[in-house]
Design a protein around this ligand. Structure first.
Ligand code: SF4
Length: 363
């Protein structure tokens, strides 16, 4: 347990609306009890949200290509170009997946592929333009991750602002902060040297916001990252948000999730939900400038909903994600079951519509 004096000092700081320092975050991680972390996380959560109320989304992750040249050692999903089981899905295949979720009342799709050297900007403009034309305002979609956007710009030999402009004209409104994993160059050098430096990642996030797209922040824990590397990540994101709030409100949300160690080069042991929940609380306490902190049903299942008591206020119910499923994630597709977990934790749940035309929820 954290010493009473140190804990009280941090608690007072938070109750006065101040932020904690990196050193205090480190102290809390090493010393605070679970109860203390929950209390502090809820002090910050209460600045932005009703207590005991959560929002959720019904979402499908659409993996349109598994071909990737980045070769991250923690990835169980990618296939190198020319691999017999590499694929690029057809538009019909993608439309079918969208139609299925729309029929259930879902309205959010997240496209996630790899660094596929065959797919240049024209491919994405055509794909997303067709999706926007077909579904108009009934759905919304995260077109890609930040690192995919940067790769597309490079492989298409155009600038990042030009890439953003073309995507926007095709109907893209959102990307996600995926590809962040741990924002510490030491970590990236060890595991994903092709996946861009921290500076490249953050510069691209800035250009995305300046270009008028919405974006989010993410983090993945449970590889072999050190506490310092985790804190580097939190500091980078908080500082970025301080500097970019004027661009459309900055990063829309922050979602931490956990690494799944199966079927890849890195392997390792999966961290437990206890560590995830403590980390989630620390994120809420640290981020006084990000309103929406999300908990990961995709990687934590029922435990993710306990995360609502550790500072999270939002979650999605994912219908499918080949990337994490290949690495060992088991997805609970029954919406009522997942909502039941949240209700059992004492929370009400309200659907957070993302599309401009509201989907008719069937749940
Ligand atoms: S994590 Fe993404 S960028 Fe890295 S190898 Fe897998 S698909 Fe490629």
């Amino acid at each position: 347990m954290s010493s009473i004096a140190e804990y009280s000092q941090i608690e007072n700081k938070l109750r006065s609306g101040d932020r904690i320092s990196r050193k205090e975050a480190e102290h809390l991680w090493l010393n605070a009890s679970d109860d203390q972390l929950q209390v502090l996380a809820n002090i910050v959560r209460d600045r932005f949200h009703e207590p005991n109320a959560a929002t959720y989304l019904l979402m499908r992750i659409v993996n349109y290509t598994n071909v990737c040249v980045a070769k991250c050692d923690y990835c169980s999903f990618y296939r190198l170009p020319k691999a017999p089981d590499g694929y690029v899905r057809s538009k019909e295949w993608i439309f079918e997946r969208i139609d299925e979720l729309v029929a259930m009342g879902g309205d959010l799709f997240a496209f996630n592929g790899g660094f596929n050297p065959e797919l240049k900007i024209d491919y994405y403009v055509d794909l997303f333009g067709s999706i926007r034309q077909r579904y108009q305002e009934r759905i919304e979609f995260y077109a890609m991750t930040v690192v995919e956007l940067l790769y597309i710009a490079r492989v298409s030999r155009i600038t990042v602002p030009e890439t953003i402009k073309q995507l926007k004209e095709a109907g893209v409104r959102w990307v996600t902060g995926g590809g962040a994993e741990i924002l510490a160059d030491s970590f990236r050098l060890r595991h994903s040297p092709q996946k861009y430096t921290v500076a490249e990642y953050l510069d691209t996030q800035k250009l995305i916001l300046e270009g008028g797209l919405k974006t989010t922040a993410t983090m993945v824990i449970g590889f072999d990252e050190t506490l310092d590397e985790r804190l580097d990540h939190l500091e980078s994101v908080r500082q970025f948000q301080d500097e970019n709030l004027q661009h459309g409100g900055g990063l829309f949300s922050f979602l931490p999730w956990t690494y799944k160690p199966y079927n890849n080069e890195l392997g390792g042991t999966e961290i437990g939900s206890h560590e995830y929940l403590r980390h989630l609380a620390l994120c809420r306490i640290f981020f006084d400038n990000i309103k929406i902190i999300r908990t990961s049903v995709l990687t934590q299942n029922a435990s993710a909903l306990t995360g609502l008591r550790y500072g999270a206020n939002d979650f999605d119910i994912p219908w499918e994600d080949e990337v994490t499923q290949k690495a060992g994630a088991v997805i609970e597709q029954n919406v009522d079951t997942v909502l039941g977990y949240a209700h059992n934790e004492g929370f009400t749940t309200t659907y957070r519509h993302v599309a401009r035309a509201k989907a008719a929820l069937t749940t």
